[in-house]
Design a protein around this ligand. Structure first.
Ligand code: NAD
Length: 246
């Protein structure tokens, strides 16, 4: 389980799933850099990790902005060291009927959910290639399997991220860097509570009669980040309580 002080960047870790991933990787002895556009949330997560005896820094950064990503990477390297683990978790999930999606909104969703991970991966992959060891874990979505009403922009972005994960897994298979993805089902976070869904009633329709916890996603990420997962790349750990299979 030990990550031996490796440096992990977790984006969007100021809330929900990203916070749980950051806390879990810190428990597994990684040094954590939290990058989030929400400075307060990022600082809160970093404090939680430090209070528990771990190492964490918070960086306020828009993870769709190339200059901000470069600055965050430089700060992370200078403070903690080269990046070994990247979890692309930051995302937005608006609900908009397709004919009402304007071009600016479509571009925004793609920029944060897909172009951001592309830029981030390019920024930190050289650290991993130099070390001949690295883990890139992309948080996608079970909605790519199921579709999702009024989320044409969102599901497109997550489908693109799944494709990118597989393409890079193959391209870098011999490099010591693995690329995998975790598509959450319905997970109890501020994002889900903001959705136009009656969460408690909906939970009763799920096989396990409950939505997932952020920690459920964190556990899958912890496994993929670990040494034990070194022969796993281009793969998916669907964490959805059995709602979608195969
Ligand atoms: P959340 O809204 O609770 O947290 C998302 C975090 O990302 C926030 O802290 C937010 O500030 C940050 N963020 C948003 N835009 C950013 C940007 N441009 N730069 C940096 N940070 C940014 O959401 P969550 O439920 O924890 O979702 C985390 C990930 O899981 C997302 O990618 C989401 O699409 C995915 N997901 C969630 C669910 C679910 O049911 N909660 C289901 C499927 C997929």
């Amino acid at each position: 389980r030990s990550l031996n002080g490796k440096v992990a960047v977790v984006t969007g870790a100021g809330s929900g799933i990203g916070r749980a991933i950051a806390i879990r990787l810190a428990e597994d002895t990684a040094k954590i850099a939290i990058w989030d556009i929400n400075a307060d949330g990022a600082a809160e997560t970093a404090q939680m990790i430090r209070d528990a005896g771990g190492t964490a820094i918070a960086i306020a950064a828009d993870c769709s902005d190339k200059a901000a990503i470069h600055a965050a990477a430089e700060e992370t390297r200078a403070t903690l060291g080269p990046v070994a683990i990247l979890v692309n978790n930051a995302g937005i999930a608006p609900f908009t009927p397709f004919m009402e999606i304007d071009d600016a909104l479509f571009d925004k969703v793609i920029h944060i959910n897909l172009r951001g991970p592309y830029l981030l991966t390019k920024e930190v992959l050289p650290d991993m290639l130099a070390a001949q060891w690295g883990r890139v874990i992309n948080i996608t979505s079970s909605s790519v399997q199921s579709g999702s009403f009024a989320q044409g922009h969102y599901v497109s972005s997550k489908g693109g991220l799944m494709g990118m994960t597989k393409a890079l897994a193959l391209e870098f298979a011999a490099s010591g860097v693995t690329f995998n993805m975790v598509p959450p089902g319905f997970i109890d976070t501020p994002m889900l509570r903001a959705a136009p869904i009656d969460v408690d009633a909906f939970a009763q329709t799920l096989p396990m009669k409950r939505v997932g916890k952020p920690e459920d996603i964190a556990a899958a990420c912890a496994y993929l980040a670990s040494e034990e997962a070194s022969y796993i790349t281009g793969q998916t750990i669907s964490t959805n309580g059995g709602r979608y299979m195969g």
